[in-house]
Write a protein that binds this ligand. Structure first.
Ligand code: URA
Length: 216
């Protein structure tokens, strides 16, 4: 938790050495598409570990080969991971490796070229999204407008407990999301220096979707 001029905000920069090392490899322009995708899967698994650190537990009666015991298990409904298309999908697989029972949702937004307002073109969520912890994933928190719009749409659809996860954030993206959604904790691996005039994060890693899918 840090104090910002616009009030307290809940932003966690994941400092785990493996996360930081993998992020550096992802930033390098020489990293191939296949390697980038593999690293995205690995880093998102580690991110999911941090994002789920405080999930509630209950005890269940089980039997080991030697004796009965009361053992901790996750309480209540499991997670829903919502990918902001298309680059969000690159962070999905690693999270599902760690939490295979999670439900998955998708939201697609494009920016209206005239108004610059994000417009929804796709939404598919599990029916019980209101009962689940929802982790919204998008590798790059740049202007923050898509992320803020996605979070607003998910709240409208009934989601009550939300977290936002990205690989990299620009300072202004963090400001936009935490101002619009102070109730949503943000997890990132780095808050980079700035957003450039083309809305790229600097130093960044380039276009996350293109690097994941080998497009240009
Ligand atoms: N989206 C990206 O893929 N990269 C950026 O730097 C900013 C937005």
């Amino acid at each position: 938790m840090t104090d910002a001029p616009n009030g307290p905000r809940d932003v966690t920069v994941i400092q785990h050495p493996l996360v930081q090392h993998k992020l550096t490899l992802m930033r390098q322009k020489a990293t191939s598409t296949g390697e980038f995708r593999r690293l995205a899967r690995e880093i998102s698994l580690l991110m999911a570990y941090e994002l789920t650190r405080d999930l509630p537990l209950e005890t269940a009666a089980i039997e080991t080969p030697l004796e009965p015991m009361q053992a901790p298990i996750l309480s209540g409904k499991k997670l829903c991971i919502v990918s902001i298309l298309r680059a969000g999908d690159g962070l999905m697989e690693g999270m599902l490796d760690l939490v295979p029972s999670a439900r998955v949702g998708h939201i697609g937004l494009y920016r209206d070229p005239e108004t610059l307002v994000p417009v929804e073109y796709y939404l598919k969520l599990p029916d019980d999204v209101s009962e689940r912890l929802v982790i919204v994933v998008d590798p790059m928190l740049a202007t923050g407008h898509s992320a803020a719009a996605a979070l607003a749409r998910l709240k409208q659809a009934g989601a009550e407990q939300l977290r936002f996860a990205c690989l990299l954030a620009a300072p202004q993206g963090v400001d936009v999301v935490t101002s619009a959604h102070p109730d949503v904790p943000v997890f990132t691996c780095s808050v980079d220096r700035e957003l450039d005039e083309h809305a790229y994060i600097r130093p960044g890693l380039g276009d996350a979707g293109d690097r994941l899918y080998g497009t240009k």
